[in-house]
Write a protein of this length. Structure first.
Length: 400
């Protein structure tokens, strides 16, 4: 099968898909074809998937539970991309990390955010933030003295996502370390020139329980919540749980726990905070590791820790905190919470405005449109379209 992807993007755009998502959709199919050639070689399977709005990897990722009777309970790739944007113009509240900090800088919610010390403007100027220590002089050595005071600092792009660009510095026994590797003063100065547009924050230490599963690199929970549809305009907003999983780093991606960089995920039961099933990953990173797509590893492949049936401590408090955050920003409809569990609660790394559900349903281990509230939410967000997914694919196909 050969597809003209430029033509496909144009067709999807004409069909009503947002420009950003038309490119994302074409890129997804291109990547899917590279990772699952056997499914694209099977015309019957790929046509079945396209007719129902899915890319063919759905068979590999969702497993035997995905079939003619159940597919409608999965949020299809096409319908998800046609739903963009999922939030309105208040999206800036969460797309910008510094704005998010100010949004949650209230007596009730500030506990859920790390301390913010510094914003380095795009032109290199320093803007000290609300948690900047008053005793540190604001001069050319401010950042180094801040590091000496705090011992460890996190650096991340203010408008970044997916863990890209994240780094941390440590000061220990008179030595400097970047991402746990010792650096010289010259290398530190070079690093300083590369972080315009970055925020400097407290480094979040994960809980002892999560450290046991995979140490040194924080494991983040991805929790997706949505605002339920309401007919009464005066009714207080209520929120539903779409899906959730914990993400763990591995020896394949020592820099972050992101699954699209080789990490693994374990399903979380929203009601009781219990881990369910094995560690699932993506085929492109675990090609020779058995059935990692559907069943996953029973134990973490590096540490040997099993999680099935274990409960996250203080889960009810975590749930309450996340729902309180949603209610505080009730003009938004869709929240992709990235959460690090700590020994005394949790911290928000970031909130994603349009976290994907295709791979999310894979990591979650089940469909996400499994109740009326979730189904109604997905339907309400889908943009009008002129053609079905398979009609768009066929029109852009050069050779079948």
């Amino acid at each position: 099968m050969i597809i003209d992807f430029d033509k496909l993007r144009a067709i999807l755009l004409e069909n009503g898909m947002h420009p950003t998502r038309s490119k994302n959709m074409a890129d997804l199919i291109r990547q899917d074809m590279a990772n699952w050639p056997e499914l694209y070689a099977d015309k019957q399977k790929r046509e079945w998937a396209f007719e129902r709005g899915f890319v063919p990897s759905c068979f590999g990722m969702y497993g035997n539970a995905f079939n003619e009777q159940t597919y409608k309970n999965y949020w299809s790739d096409f319908d998800y991309f046609m739903a963009y944007p999922l939030n309105n113009h208040f999206i800036i509240w969460i797309n910008d990390k510094l704005t998010l900090k100010y949004m949650l800088n209230t007596p009730e919610l500030s506990q859920y955010m790390p301390e913010y010390y510094l914003y380095i403007e795009n032109d290199g100027h320093y803007t000290c933030l609300m948690d900047s220590p008053a005793h540190i002089k604001k001069d050319a050595d401010y950042l180094l003295n801040l590091l000496k005071d705090k011992k460890i600092l996190a650096f991340k792009p203010n408008r970044g996502s997916g863990g890209f660009g994240f780094s941390f510095l440590q000061y220990e026994n008179g030595k400097l370390f970047r991402d746990r590797k010792e650096i010289t003063m010259e290398e530190y100065e070079q690093f300083k020139t590369s972080i315009n547009g970055y925020i400097v924050t407290e480094f979040i230490h994960q809980s002892d329980d999560m450290e046991r599963i995979y140490p040194t690199i924080a494991s983040a929970l991805r929790i997706i919540l949505y605002k339920k549809q309401q007919h009464d305009p005066y009714q207080e907003s209520d929120y539903g749980y779409l899906l959730g999983y914990a993400r763990f780093a591995t020896s394949k991606n020592r820099a972050a726990s992101n699954n699209d960089q080789g990490g693994l995920a374990v399903t979380i039961d929203w009601e009781n905070g219990v881990f369910k099933g094995g560690f699932r990953g993506l085929k492109e990173f675990w090609t020779h590791e058995g059935d990692v797509e559907e069943k996953g590893f029973e134990r973490h492949p590096d540490t040997g820790v099993a999680l099935n049936g274990e409960k996250i401590p203080n889960w009810d408090a975590v749930k309450k905190g996340l729902l309180d955050i949603c209610r505080h920003m009730s003009s938004l409809d869709y929240f992709g919470m990235d959460v690090i569990l700590t020994n005394d609660g949790f911290k928000i790394c970031e909130i994603n405005s349009s976290p994907s559900v295709g791979r999310g349903q894979h990591y979650y281990g089940k469909c996400c449109l499994d109740n009326e509230d979730a189904i109604n939410f997905a339907k309400s967000k889908k943009r009008p379209c002129k053609k079905s997914f398979i009609e768009c694919i066929r029109e852009a196909t050069i050779e079948d």
